[in-house]
Design a protein around this ligand. Structure first.
Ligand code: UDP
Length: 525
């Protein structure tokens, strides 16, 4: 046995580096495994390591966990990009830049393979964006464990669409159809809400997703940032119907206990935690709506205007993370600060920000908010979210009902989990899926924003909201239990570590058996 491991399971984590939504949960998961006694290494770039350095140092020095980064510099200059640009929040939105970054990342394949050869870890936990790790791991006899950055419900929905293609049997884009073969038979969709890759074959994303799926099928198993009680029938469906080995280990964000860990996650906050909390302290319980669309959203300037009008008309206090990533150069930055969009379009109503600030009615965050701190404050009574998996699981863990506003990726499926299955949210009624790379348009009017906020926060929902809050709190309790000592997620982490260790000792036994065999074959009788 390798003495540097001290009998520990050695796990290498390889998160995708172009999206905070992929990086954040993998870092938290790696920390959870280290807390359970694994020897953990996170492979990333120096810039990303810097963003998470504080938490890792805290784990090492205060808690004595065996966790560290192994960094590779991204050869951005070789693809004609400036150094460190992979850290920008807007990279995924700029097609040219993201293509070049993909090319730079592919140049890390050989060095990562070399690292695997040298370290021979007990497993590699890989993001789906590195499908090549499936073959490399197979060659080296290292179990590849896929980290899916979404839940089981959306994964099962995707499989249903892939297997049964129900959208091919409808006549028009808004016609609804049920997703067949799922544990719930009330999951309804329309063509308009489906990602475009289900409607095209063999090109672009569809091709890439097929490659990811092939690699998933070659993997040893899958880690999911979810917990059993959240989606039990889908966990069984995924295991039994789809034949995958699963470990549900979340919600991993709950591993962050200290206020500074909750405040400092993956990006510099553009407003400090103390300021936000003091503002929230002045508000009544459940009176504030928190509005945020994740780390990569792209919205039309006029959509901002609709949100602003809707929030103001609702009369409910709000915190709004109003980042506009579609404009990242300095000239546009000036316009944004003046409240204008790319083409001089108004993004905020006249005097809006001043009115909201003076009256204490609204807090506008320009770039990055300490989301975990906000969600767990007692004054926050609702979360208007784009239904990214991380935001959703964070909202669930905080016990907060949601107003769902899905935009891209698998977010419409997640909306359905929240509204149709868990019944802890209402739809703002966005009906149309858009790619992050398409020209954004206005799809939700100010009236819809106002109506949803008044329903959830302003009292219009009456007893239905009381019941929704009760359900959301109950699920939050289950989330905490899952992560606590003896809970289902805690047990899943321990089970995987034990499995890796027993594979390790089996390997050691068979290796020594081989050497005995070899010896006996050369020693004459
Ligand atoms: N996040 C944050 N502050 C922000 C925006 C996002 O802390 O202002 C975090 C959020 O808590 C979540 C992640 O960034 O952990 C976003 O992931 P999600 O899956 O919700 O959406 P994505 O950004 O991938 O679309």
């Amino acid at each position: 046995m390798d003495s540097s491991k001290d009998g520990k399971a050695e796990m290498l984590f390889l998160p995708w580096i172009l999206a905070r939504g992929h990086m954040i949960p993998v870092i938290d998961t790696a920390r959870v495994f280290a807390a359970h006694g694994a020897k953990v290494t996170i492979i990333t770039t120096p810039g990303y390591a810097q963003l998470f350095q504080k938490s890792i140092e805290r784990d090492q020095s205060l808690l004595g966990h065996d966790i560290s980064f192994h960094t590779f510099k991204l050869p951005t200059a070789e693809v004609g990009l400036p150094e460190g640009c992979e850290n920008l929040l807007s990279t995924a939105l700029d097609r040219d830049m993201s293509e070049k970054l993909f090319a730079a990342i592919s140049k890390l394949e050989k060095p990562i393979e070399q690292l695997l050869r040298e370290r021979r870890p007990d497993c590699l936990v890989s993001d789906m964006f590195y499908p090549w790790t499936a073959d490399v791991c197979a060659q080296l006899g290292i179990p590849r464990i896929l980290f899916h950055v979404t839940g089981l419900f959306p994964l099962c929905c995707e499989e249903s669409v892939r297997r049964y293609a129900p959208h091919e049997k409808v006549n028009y884009d808004t016609e609804t159809f049920a997703l067949p073969g799922l544990p719930d038979d009330n999951i309804k969709f329309s063509k308009l809400k489906l990602p475009y890759w289900f409607k095209t074959k063999g090109t672009g994303w569809r091709q890439l997703l097929d490659i990811f799926l092939e690699a998933e099928l070659k993997s040893y198993g899958i880690i999911i940032n979810s917990f059993y009680d959240l989606e039990p029938t889908y966990a069984e469906h995924y295991k039994n119907e789809m034949g995958r080995k699963l470990w549900l280990v979340g919600p991993v964000y709950l591993f962050n206990k200290a206020a500074e860990e909750k405040a400092d996650r993956g990006e510099k906050n553009s407003i400090d935690g103390g300021t936000v909390l003091s503002w929230l302290d002045t508000k009544k319980p459940n009176s504030v709506i928190y509005v945020s669309f994740g780390s990569q959203v792209r919205m039309a300037p006029k959509q901002f205007l609709e949100i602003a009008h809707g929030l103001e008309a609702s009369g409910c206090p709000f915190i709004w993370v109003a980042r506009d990533l579609s404009k990242s150069n300095e000239e546009d930055k000036e316009k944004r600060e003046g409240g204008e969009g790319e083409n001089g379009d108004k993004m905020l109503p006249d005097g809006f920000e001043e009115r909201m600030t003076k009256s204490g009615h609204g807090l506008i965050v320009r770039s990055w908010a300490p989301q975990l701190l906000i969600l767990e404050h007692v004054a926050v009574g609702g979360f208007m979210t784009h239904c990214g998996w991380n935001s959703t699981i964070e909202g669930i863990g905080a016990g907060i009902p949601m107003i769902t506003w899905p935009l891209a990726a698998e977010q419409f499926f997640i909306e359905s989990l929240v509204t149709d299955v868990l019944k802890t949210g209402i739809r703002v009624e966005n009906e149309e899926w858009v790619s992050l790379h398409w020209e954004p348009k206005v799809t939700v009017t100010r009236e819809k924003v106002e109506k949803a906020v008044k329903w959830l926060i302003g009292g219009d929902g009456g007893d239905q909201v009381v019941e929704m809050r009760r359900r959301a709190r109950e699920m939050a309790e289950k989330a905490k239990k899952a992560m606590d000592y003896g809970g289902s997620s805690d047990a899943a982490v321990i089970a995987l570590i034990n499995e890796l260790k027993s594979r390790q000792s089996n390997r050691t036994r068979s290796e020594s058996a081989v050497s005995v065999c070899n010896l006996s074959s050369v020693i004459p009788d």
